[in-house]
Design a protein around this ligand. Structure first.
Ligand SMILES: [Zn+2]
Length: 217
């Protein structure tokens, strides 16, 4: 995908993140890999006011800022993920209220419905680490090696994907799972899908097709 289209897509998904309640105010940041660099949301602005041209280009190798503007304060975390995972082309970092609420209350996000199983194989959870630090970037880099979603306790979540769409859907599904967990707890003990039920879902041809579609740009 060329840079112009990728910038438009970033602005579009930024607005969808706000619309989905995954972040409020100037919270959250997103990025996409663009050849040897990444395009990342600028610091301090709400997604509703960020234009395609405002996304800041950062060299993945050196970390040098290549365009106008100041990149998100979580720039080190985004860069670390791209350096650790060659298959990742998009990173979504949000502050979803149910994910933060459930996990800071001692709960965990478990597979309870088919879309979760299809899109998220593993959720990693990190303890609270001061945002915007190299320490957080390094911890996320480790955690994301075997996970599509990382919960940052008392802070938010990160999802990654082969495309922005995939990373965004994973953030939505993580928040949906936290909402469903909350509702299930009101009624009793949440029933989590067994390993066998998960394997069965992943074996469906229909699910494999849906997953392949999400990776198309
Ligand atoms: Zn954050």
């Amino acid at each position: 995908m060329d840079e112009k289209r990728l910038r438009e897509e970033l602005a579009n998904f930024g607005r969808r993140i706000l619309g989905s309640g995954l972040a409020v105010g100037p919270g959250g940041n997103i990025s996409a890999r663009c050849a040897e660099k990444m395009l990342i949301s600028p610091s301090g602005l709400s997604f509703e006011e960020v234009l395609p041209e405002d996304y800041v280009a950062v060299d993945l190798g050196s970390g040098a800022v290549l365009s106008e503007g100041r990149p998100s304060s979580e720039v080190a975390m985004h860069r670390a993920i791209y350096l650790a995972r060659e298959d990742v082309n998009a990173v979504v970092h949000v502050h979803p209220p149910f994910v933060i609420g459930v996990t800071s209350g001692g709960g965990s996000i478990e597979p309870m419905f088919p879309d979760f199983v299809a899109l998220i194989k593993r959720v990693a959870t990190l303890p609270y680490i001061l945002p915007c630090t190299e320490r957080l970037a390094q911890a996320v880099k480790e955690a994301v090696q075997n996970a599509e979603a990382v919960v940052l306790l008392n802070h938010g979540a990160i999802t990654v994907g082969a495309t922005l769409k995939e990373a965004f859907y994973r953030a939505q599904i993580l928040e949906e799972a936290a909402k469903i967990t909350t509702i299930a707890r009101l009624f009793g003990s949440p029933r989590v899908l067994s390993r066998e039920e998960q394997e069965e879902l992943l074996g469906l041809e229909a699910e494999r097709y849906r997953q392949s579609v999400l990776k198309r740009t």
